[in-house]
Design a protein around this ligand. Structure first.
Ligand code: GH3
Ligand code: MG
Ligand code: MG
Length: 317
């Protein structure tokens, strides 16, 4: 009775051997059944009984032999415990199931950890990119707002500030001064000392302007060596005096650059905006200031010409 990994085979002569004592064994018709697995009798004409994929357990193999047409001659029983190989046992299956579950669990943990790490990497990448974007936006804003040479507001920004301040003055009934400043004989500085010294002189002058104005005033580079100032909330009675004081602070300026020293003068054309006595717009105010500046130049430079916007000089508007 050989037992393989999954089956037991009772083969002839083993099956007829159960009836070894019988005479005329070749005429026997053999039937068998396996108690505990197969209750029905099965004929085995070739004398072979095969049981495949046997579950583990204890069985009793029974066989009977008869001559055709005669009554039962003899029967035989054989007890056949069957234990499967270790890789077919229940505990091995349970172990495999546990191992699979463990692998699934570990795989899940690893995947979750990878996802977490990837998500952290993405988060830090996003915040790094956001920081870079904010920095480049800030750089663009600075470039779009300030003059690269002097650090003052550029032309667009100072004109924007003028518009905003005019609106505010109209809303709040406050006043402001618009002043155009032009450096006197600046071409000579370039001609005498070179363009780079001229650049330094422009920076020097911008520094002096920055010191002379208040935090709520606006100063910008209007053109090459021309500047636009918007001085807010100056009482009408002292407006002209304020511009004169400003001119004193920024003209007759001694510029010291390493081994070079020279004096920088400027001319100022200014006007005053009072919403209670007229409503000229930014263009009109600039035009009045420009005309006043022209007059200051014509009158000999290094001076202030102040024109009230409410009472313009004939032909100035
Ligand atoms: P005026 O008193 O009539 O204003 O005489 P000016 O020489 O100042 O006027 P002009 O318009 O003849 O010359 C202005 C000079 O300013 C010429 C130009 O080269 C110089 N300038 C303008 N922008 C810059 C700049 O960014 N750097 C330097 N170095 N020079 C500049
Ligand atoms: Mg000029
Ligand atoms: Mg000039």
């Amino acid at each position: 009775m050989p037992a393989t990994s999954s089956s037991i085979v009772f083969a002839a002569p083993p099956l007829p051997n159960l009836f070894a004592g019988h005479r005329n064994r070749s005429e026997l018709v053999l039937s068998y059944r396996m108690q505990g697995l197969q209750p029905e009798w099965v004929e085995a004409p070739d004398g072979v009984a095969v049981f495949s994929a046997l579950p583990p357990g204890k069985y009793t193999f029974e066989a009977i032999a008869r001559n055709p047409g005669e009554r039962k001659l003899r029967d035989g029983k054989r007890s056949c415990p069957y234990s499967p190989p270790w890789w077919r046992t229940n505990w091995f299956y349970a172990l495999c199931t546990l191992a699979v579950l463990l692998l699934l669990y570990l795989g899940d943990r690893i995947r979750a950890r990878n996802l977490r790490e990837r998500s952290l990497q993405l988060e830090s990448l996003v915040s790094e990119r956001t920081r870079e974007l904010e920095a480049s936006q800030e750089l663009l804003r600075i470039q779009a707002t300030y003059d690269g040479l002097t650090g003052m507001l550029n032309r667009v920004a100072v004109l924007r500030a003028l518009g905003v301040e005019i609106e505010r003055a109209r809303r709040q009934g406050s006043t402001l001064i618009v002043a155009l400043i032009d450096l006197d004989h600046f071409k000579r500085v370039n001609d005498l000392y070179g363009h780079l010294v001229g650049d330094d002189a422009l920076r020097w002058f911008a520094g002096a302007v920055g010191t002379a104005i208040r935090a709520y005033d606006h100063a910008g580079r209007y053109g090459g060596e021309e500047f636009l100032l918007v001085l807010t909330e100056v009482p009408p009675a002292i407006a002209e005096q304020r511009v004169t004081a400003l001119h004193s602070a920024i003209s007759n300026l001694t510029v010291r650059l390493e081994d070079i020293e020279f004096t920088l003068n400027c001319s100022v054309g200014a006007t005053f905006f009072d919403p209670s006595s007229g409503s000229p717009n930014a263009e009109a105010l600039l035009s009045i200031a420009d005309q006043a500046l022209y007059e200051a130049k014509s009158a000999g430079r290094n001076r202030v010409v102040f024109r009230d916007a409410a009472v313009p000089e004939p032909g100035n508007l």
